[in-house]
Each structure stands twice: as structure tokens, then as C-alpha cells.
Design a protein around this ligand. Structure first.
Ligand SMILES: [Mn+2]
Length: 332
């Protein structure tokens, strides 16, 4: 099945000018997927550009370390892009155009290669039949690695490092891994890529601002109990995902954190696996449903999702809380 999808895509891409990009800011999986796909397509003589406008702090540090470790590998990419010279955009690690803020891709033909639930309503320039969206993959770069395995293309060592790192970060260092993840990992690891070394390359010290955000977020914390389900609400100006994860780590079943950043407010939500399974909650889908009513965009997985571009963030938080309470009361 996957082979025929790949065949269709590669046939379509022949002689086209291709741009690869991902969500912004770019995380390690997006970064790894972009570089790996660019290499694969260049290796089969395609005309490819890679557009990376803005990284997360961790992926920026990671890329600098990779470039130092492998000075001969080509880690080049473009920080600006001219869509006039592009025939098709391949979007990796997201299927939500709302998460690509620096350019407007809605008027350009594009294809998604992603592991999040598909989000393409009102989107006419998406070539739907060519999308490769596989939700049972823990990272996008695992899907990209399938191109190499399918066509028997050797993966250069620097790309193996990128792939391992993408898989490790997106699987929460294997906490959310499934059997397929581990089989893929086994086929990527080699004598010159040891898993403990990959950990070291991703390890970063927490910054002062990050610690402050966590402490302030905990000071503002509000506990809501709905039928023994513990929900934590808080707000920070930055590091909302980190705080949402912290709340789950300290014992909440569900955490909703908002960030009232001046230009682009964000709401992020997390839930424990036991609770999503128990009450049939899919945060990615629920957030998309709420986002479509608020004319904004959202995306994510079963246990983690976020929404951006919200006009009234307090109202969005209340709406989400109300819907979650409703689901809890219906199911428990
Ligand atoms: Mn990903």
C-alpha cells in the first residue's frame, strides 16, 4: 500500500520544482523530516528547496551540534522563499496550514506527509489523493525513512542521527513508542550511532526563563475536579507546552494552559493516556472542532494538542473546559 503511494507521489514530482517545509517554529522531527526528504529527492535527481524560517530553541541548538559533528554534510536550507519559482510544496510533520505562518500556502498546490490527524477543510489546493498521512507513526521522520527502505537507498550517517533524534523527541524518548517505532529504531541504529550518544546530542540545560515560567505557571494554577478527574488550568507568557507537561507530571489527568502572547495567543492541552482511553477523548479532534467554531486553527494527537490565532483566549479556554467536562459526565 505504502509502496504504491510512494510510486504515485514520485511520479507526480517528476520534473517539478519542489519546496519542502514544515510547521513553525520547527521542532526536531520537522527538521529531521525536512533534511531527510530533501536528501532522498535530490538523490533521485529532483529539483528541491528546503524552507526553514524559524526553529525552536532546542532544535536550533541541536542543528548547531549536528553541523559541528558532521562538518562535511550539507545542512543548508533557505530562510526566505519565493513561491513563484515553485510548482509543488511538500509539507512534512503537519497537515495544518495555520501552523505555517511566514508564508501563505493556500494558493499553492501542496501535499502533506504527516503523522497527525488530517486537517484540510476548506483547502482546495491540497492534492488530497497524494497525501501520505499515517497516524500510527510516532514521528514524521519514520514515514520519511520508509522512502529510503522502500527504494533501498543507503541512509548517510548524519541522516541516521537526525532520524533517531526526531523519533526520540516525538515519542517522548520512547514513552509513546509503539512496536513499529522500535522496529524502525532497530533498523536505523548502527555501530557508529549509539543510542546513548543520541540522548546526549539532544540534552539541553533549562534556561532561567523556562524555570521562571514553570514556577509562575504553578503559582497561577487552578484545580478543577470533575468526577475524580483532575484538571489543571494555568497561564504563562511562554513555555506553555512545558508547563502543560509539568502539570501532567505532578498528577493532573488533564492540563489546559494558555499563553496570552501579544500577537498570537496559544492554548495547549494535555491528557493522560489512561484518561483519554477511559472517556474516549481525542484532544486533537476536539480542539479542531472548537477551532472551526472560533475561526482559528488547531491540531494535535489524542493526548496533546494546541490551538493558535485565538481572538478571545479566555473564552476559548472556557469552551474547551466545558466540552471536556461534558465528555467526562457523559462517559463516567
Ligand atoms: Mn512530529
Amino acid at each position: 500500500m505504502l509502496t504504491s503511494k510512494f510510486e504515485d507521489l514520485l511520479t507526480f514530482l517528476k520534473n517539478k520544482r519542489i519546496l519542502i517545509t514544515t510547521h513553525e517554529p520547527i521542532d526536531v522531527d520537522g527538521l529531521a523530516s525536512g533534511f531527510a526528504l530533501k536528501y532522498f529527492l535530490e538523490n533521485s535527481s529532483h529539483d528541491v528547496r528546503l524552507y526553514f524560517p524559524e526553529f525552536t530553541r532546542i532544535s536550533k541548538i541541536f542543528l548547531e551540534r549536528m553541523a559541528r559533528k558532521f562538518p562535511d554534510h550539507d545542512f543548508s536550507f533557505e530562510k526566505t522563499c519565493n513561491l513563484e519559482k515553485i510548482d509543488i510544496v511538500l509539507i512534512v510533520d503537519t497537515s495544518n496550514l495555520g501552523l505555517i505562518k511566514s508564508i501563505n500556502l493556500s494558493d499553492t498546490k501542496h501535499i502533506f506527509i504527516d503523522h497527525h490527524p488530517l486537517n484540510i477543510e476548506k483547502n482546495t489546493n491540497n492534492l488530497k489523493s497524494l497525501n501520505i498521512v499515517l497516524e500510527d507513526y510516532t514521528s514524521a521522520v519514520e514515514i520519511i525513512s520508509e522512502f529510503f527502505f522502500t527504494y533501498n537507498i543507503d541512509i548517510p550517517l548524519p541522516l541516521k542521527w537526525l532520524m533517531m533524534s526526531g523519533i526520540m523527541t516525538d515519542s517522548g524518548f520512547f514513552k509513546y513508542a509503539n512496536n513499529k517505532t522500535m522496529i524502525k529504531v532497530a533498523s536505523i541504529l548502527s555501530d557508529d550511532l549509539k543510542i546513548q550518544d543520541a540522548y546526549l546530542l539532544l540534552k539541553t540545560e533549562e534556561e532561567y526563563s523556562e524555570k521562571m515560567a514553570r514556577i509562575k505557571g504553578l503559582q497561577r494554577l487552578k484545580l478543577i475536579q470533575e468526577k475524580n478527574v483532575l484538571i489543571g488550568l494555568s497561564s504563562v507568557s511562554n513555555f506553555e507546552s512545558m508547563l502543560a507537561n509539568t502539570l501532567i507530571a505532578i498528577g493532573f489527568d488533564i492540563s489546559i494552559v494558555i499563553s496570552k502572547k501579544k500577537k498570537d495567543p496559544i492554548m495547549t492541552v494535555r491528557a493522560r493516556k489512561e484518561i483519554t482511553t477511559k472517556i474516549g477523548l481525542h484532544l486533537g479532534k476536539l480542539m479542531q472542532e472548537i477551532a472551526s467554531n472560533l475561526e482559528t486553527s488547531a491540531g494535535g494527537h489524542e493526548g496533546a494538542a494546541s490551538m493558535t490565532g485565538i481572538k478571545d483566549i479566555d473564552m476559548a479556554q472556557n469552551t474547551l473546559l466545558k466540552r471536556i467536562k461534558q465528555i467526562i459526565n457523559d462517559q463516567l
